[in-house]
Design a protein around this ligand. Structure first.
Ligand SMILES: Nc1ncnc2c1ncn2[C@@H]1O[C@H](COP(=O)(O)OP(=O)(O)OP(=O)(O)O)[C@@H](O)[C@H]1O
Length: 795
């Protein structure tokens, strides 16, 4: 019986294959192209299918690869679909082809590069109990002794469950209350920086009324807080609302201006008046020009939260415009100076810059906006020498960091394994955040792990043209929210059907909810998604881009997985900072490929205390030793034919399950054009994103070292990279950059397949050059893209 589509990992090395030895080695001299063509002709003459996978013998893989000449059945080449007998060592000549032109079907366990040998040195990680560095203090410190109004101090303790200050709050709040200097607040992630700047502002405005002055929502805007993303802006606004929920502070009204809704309704809110404005820079700059009712002549505080991110997202010019506008309006209101002094408010505007990390861009922002600024750090940081510039910025001490060295082909199953294991170990309320490099990759993995999506997932991309009616309703709700007649989130959710990008994750655990978040999702879906993830009572996983890396405070996040490494050391710190907040425990895991990426912890993070894990160990823990999810079990049961290719006698259970998991993804890619397109786009965007690592880290994340075929495999793709045709995108902004020819940057790898004898060197050089240019172009486009699209579209 012919076996359609049966593909194998034929070993064509000279030692094992006489044909390969003579025909490939035999061609010498002439131009590389001629040799290449002659070789192809020879192959065809001998009936050698061009699908045969010589790639597995490529130079790169060969250097550090497992010896897979002795295939066992469980690791053998396998093909898709029930009803197809699986065999290793045989090919189909005549069978019907799949929709894939040149599928390369290899086992996820074969030909993987091995991790570099680790030098033997004693484990320096301490086993002593660790004192959290961002926790509320337990040394007798209290808000009531920090100069805060007793009303505010008791409101924190009694109504907000904030009992004692954190280190940064204790050291910075008194200074910000008593001083009129600008300030730079720098403290670890999750150490309570939001309250650190909000408390002194609210206290000083409130104190102005204690001496009999009457202030109200029309008295002017006293403070502006700028955030780089809408999500963070919304979160700051929520904390502010909690702080102002005390009856004595009801007259103080916050305004939220984020864009993503009709300007008309924002203008209406501004007209009503408010005293503390939370905004994103783009929208604020717009209103400063176009909304005459926005009176900023009396602004006494300007807070730039996540200052480095504001600069990084290309807001420098916008911030400059805002600063100029504020200066001009303040000049026009000079007569108010004396009244400000009478009220006890600062005579000059105080600018506060806030971040957990300090990039050069923050210094530039500081030069632009601060004068004679105080540098405020937590006492604990000073005592422990944390965050001194030689060590770089550190994560909270209690956060357990590790990295997993996983070959590209095992990445997907390793992620599945980690997630399964995480929820088996601790189910209730546990939340996991997984970071990807680009939106397309988030979409692909969300589909891969997700069950049936709810309405929100389906609506993706169909946002933004709601009917007038719906718009009007949404605006009304926003207005109610801003006017202080705030509804609980539950009430709001009752009113509107959920639109969150949410699904089930049957391949992880039946009870786990899966969410996704990235900058290309419509705003209302992003907001709903974060809301639901925030309030999820059972286990939940969020797949996201860096749109969720800054400032977001999501409860019960126990584990942060960086499936794709961050673009810089600072991003690493912010991503892992989504866990281990305010003294709680947390774990962070970073995926690295074997080879030069393994240098990342020591060379880039300057961190030797990351625990090291290997893919096999991780797979053993997640597959095989834990109960198999029902979905996977039933799939395995469905494929009766499977017994033929995985005899009981060989292959560990964890391997079989991992193979089955991966095969299932490949089958889905084969079966559905839509899913296949998703995988291709994700693969392409992933590679492009990889090219955007900061210059200092490009030796570690070296795009030339990537084995594109293996990476494609991790997206469930069987085509060779050069054959992957990425479908046209419907709109710019769904991935990292606008599409270009998908073959770019893949030719080198394609030719590596045939490059066992140094043939094609000229082409290789040419391709390397092309790859370098493509990478350059990608980086440029990435920068343009981030500047132009929006501050949220961190694709
Ligand atoms: N004194 C405190 N006691 C207990 N919890 C606190 C205290 N101050 C803040 N928190 C809580 O700590 C969490 C983190 O606070 P916040 O978001 O302000 O941290 P952050 O330093 O701004 O973090 P990031 O750098 O990630 O933005 C929040 O849930 C907040 O409610």
């Amino acid at each position: 019986m012919a076996e359609p589509d049966l593909l194998v990992n034929f070993d064509l090395t000279p030692a094992n294959n006489a044909f390969a030895a003579s025909s490939i080695n035999g061609i010498r001299g002439g131009r590389w192209k001629d040799r290449f063509r002659a070789k192809k002709r020879l192959q065809n003459k001998h009936g050698q299918p061009n699908r045969v996978k010589l790639r597995e013998r490529s130079k790169d893989a060969g250097a550090h690869s497992r010896d897979d000449t002795n295939h066992d059945w469980s690791r053998a080449e396998i093909q898709s679909g029930p009803g197809h007998q699986m065999r290793a060592g045989r090919t189909s000549q005549n069978g019907p082809r799949s929709n894939h032109e040149h599928p390369v079907i290899s086992s996820i366990f074969s030909s993987n590069p091995l991790p570099l040998a680790k030098p033997e040195h004693a484990d320096t990680r301490s086993t002593a109990p660790i004192t959290p560095t961002n926790a509320p203090l337990e040394d007798g410190s209290a808000f009531s002794t920090m100069g805060l109004a007793p009303t505010l101090a008791s409101h924190l303790v009694n109504n907000m469950d904030i009992k004692t200050p954190t280190s940064i709050q204790q050291s910075a709040v008194p200074q910000l209350i008593s001083s009129n200097s600008d300030a730079f607040i720098q403290a670890e992630t999750g150490s309570g920086k939001t309250l650190t700047y909000l408390l002194p502002i609210v206290h000083r405005i409130f104190a102005a009324t204690l001496s009999g002055n009457k202030l109200h929502r029309d008295s002017g805007c006293f403070a502006i807080i700028l955030a780089p993303t809408r999500e963070l802006g919304r979160q700051i606004h929520t904390v502010l609302m909690q702080l102002l929920s005390h009856p004595a502070l009801h007259w103080l009204v916050p305004i939220l201006i984020l864009g993503g809704e009709k300007k008309k309704s924002e203008k209406a809110r501004i007209r009503k008046g408010g005293n503390i404005l939370v905004a994103t820079p783009g929208r604020l700059a717009d209103h400063l020009v176009n909304t005459t009712s926005l009176d900023v002549g009396f602004v006494k505080w300007l807070v730039l939260d996540e200052g480095d991110r504001l600069m990084e997202l290309g807001f420098e010019e916008t911030l400059q415009q805002i600063l100029t506008a504020l200066n001009d309006r303040a000049q026009a209101q000079l007569t108010n100076k004396s009244s400000a002094a009478q009220l006890g408010l600062p005579a000059r505007r105080i600018t506060i810059l806030c971040s957990a990390t300090m990039r050069p861009s923050v210094q530039k922002l500081g030069d632009m906006s601060l004068s004679d600024a105080l540098y405020l750090k937590g006492n604990q940081q000073l005592e422990t020498g944390q965050n001194d510039s030689s060590k770089g910025f550190q994560a909270p001490a209690q956060l357990k960091q590790a990295y997993i060295v996983s070959p590209a082909k095992l990445r997907l199953v390793s992620l599945a394994s980690i997630l399964r294991r995480a929820f088996i170990r601790r189910k209730e309320q546990m939340k996991v955040i997984v970071f990807f490099s680009c939106a397309d990759s988030v979409d692909f993995h969300y589909e891969t792990f997700g069950g049936p999506a709810n309405q929100g997932g389906d609506q993706e991309g169909k946002d933004s043209s709601p009917s007038e009616d719906r718009d009007g309703k949404a605006d009304k709700e926003e207005d109610d929210e801003e006017s202080g007649k705030d509804k609980t989130i539950a009430e709001k959710n009752q009113k509107r059907p959920s639109v969150a990008a949410r699904s089930k994750a049957p391949s992880i655990d039946d009870a786990v909810a899966l969410f996704k978040l990235h900058g290309s999702l419509p705003q209302h879906i992003r907001t709903a998604t974060l809301n639901e993830f925030f309030h999820e009572k059972d286990g939940a996983v969020l797949f996201c881009t860096d749109v969720a890396s800054r400032g977001l405070d999501l409860p019960n996040v126990d584990l942060v997985v960086q499936y794709d490494p961050p673009y810089s050391k600072e991003d690493y710190i912010h991503r892992i900072g989504r866990t281990a907040r305010a003294g709680r425990d947390g774990r962070a895991l970073l995926f690295l490929l074997p080879g030069c990426e393994e240098g990342y912890p020591e060379q880039a993070l300057k961190e030797q205390n990351l625990a090291r894990r290997l893919a096999d160990d991780v797979l053993k823990k997640g597959f095989g030793s834990t109960p198999m999810p029902k979905a996977l079990k039933s799939k395995i049961a469905d494929y009766a034919w499977k017994k033929d290719f995985i005899p009981k006698s060989s292959g560990e259970r964890w391997e079989q399950e991992a193979i089955e998991f991966h095969l299932d993804v490949e089958r889905r890619v084969l079966a559905s054009t839509e899913f296949s397109n998703l995988a291709k786009k994700a693969f392409q965007s992933h590679i492009r994103a990889y090219a955007t690592h900061v210059a200092a880290e490009r030796g570690i994340f070296d795009i030339k070292q990537l084995h594109l075929g293996h990476i494609a495999k991790s997206f469930g793709l069987r085509e060779r990279p050069g054959d992957i045709k990425v479908p046209a995108r419907s709109k710019v902004g769904t991935g990292v950059v606008a599409p270009v020819d998908s073959n770019r940057g893949t030719n080198k790898r394609k030719l590596d397949t045939y490059n066992t004898n140094g043939e094609g060197d000229a082409q290789q050089t040419q391709d390397e050059e092309e790859l370098r240019k493509a990478a350059q172009m990608m980086r440029k486009k990435m920068r343009e893209h981030m500047d132009v699209v929006s501050e949220f579209n961190i694709g």
